[in-house]
Ligand binder design. Structure first.
Ligand code: FMN
Length: 218
């Protein structure tokens, strides 16, 4: 019974592009096998707190004597890590906010990236090694190769570092750009491309979900 952890972070509950695409991903996951399940967490509707104590960055056995985090904070962290560890695959909606990821997602990352637990410390295992994760980004403008804003996106690269390089997860990134073409008059000539981007992203998300399912089905 493979489980998908589906995280949304957009602050737009009505017309969010990333929510639309992650929903298409989750639907394709469910369609791939009736036994598949989805655990959903909306990090905007129910945001984790900012990391309340740096001790939480370390496994209990690696904490200093003075580092005694509040048990309530530990419980919040345990719930988020437990949910991630229990997932066979993960999809995350990543709207671009000020060239970066939403602060709610950063708070989630601060909770789940823990040395000696999810991240390797002194050669310890990476329990999430090879676990597939899809990053579905949406941005008002465009940042791809050859555009004037190439390289300005600081969100997806940071997530690729944390989830991919550090936790060892198998990261796939899917970007849907130019979402503001229908809202900003100066971008009106880009409307058609924006619509094509969305159609392409919805299609690719479905394909990616089926691919993830094939990788983890048991
Ligand atoms: C607070 C905020 C900051 C934003 N910053 C950027 C930005 O730096 N670059 C950009 O291209 N678009 C930016 N946008 C536009 C969003 O990236 C765009 O609307 C995207 O579609 C949001 O994802 P969503 O549709 O899933 O909500 C911003 C939007 C908001 C609300």
């Amino acid at each position: 019974m493979p489980t998908l952890l589906h995280l949304d972070t957009s602050a737009d509950p009505v017309a969010s592009t990333s929510r639309r695409i992650t929903a298409a991903f989750a639907q394709a996951w469910l369609d791939a096998d009736p036994a598949n399940t989805v655990v959903y967490r909306d990090l905007h509707a129910t945001p984790p707190p900012h990391l309340p104590d740096s001790a939480l960055h370390w496994a209990p056995a690696l904490r200093l004597d003075r580092e005694q985090p509040d048990p309530a904070a530990v419980a919040v962290q345990d719930e988020l890590i437990g949910e991630l560890m229990a997932a066979d695959a993960v999809v995350i909606g990543v709207p671009m906010y000020h060239w970066n990821m939403p602060s709610t997602l950063k708070a989630w990352i601060d909770h789940i990236h823990v040395l000696g637990v999810t991240a390797s410390f002194a050669g310890s295992a990476k329990p999430l090694e090879g676990r597939p994760v899809a990053l579905i980004s949406s941005s008002g403008a465009q940042y791809g190769p050859g555009t004037p804003s190439e390289g300005w996106d600081k969100g997806i690269p940071a997530l690729e570092l944390v989830l991919g390089s550090s936790l060892g997860m198998a990261v796939s990134s899917l970007a849907c750009e130019l979402t503001l073409a229908s809202r900003i008059p100066a971008m009106a000539p880009l409307k058609e491309r924006s619509e094509a981007n969305l159609a392409g992203a919805l299609h690719s998300a479905g394909e990616l979900a089926v691919m993830f399912h094939a990788q983890v089905a048991y």
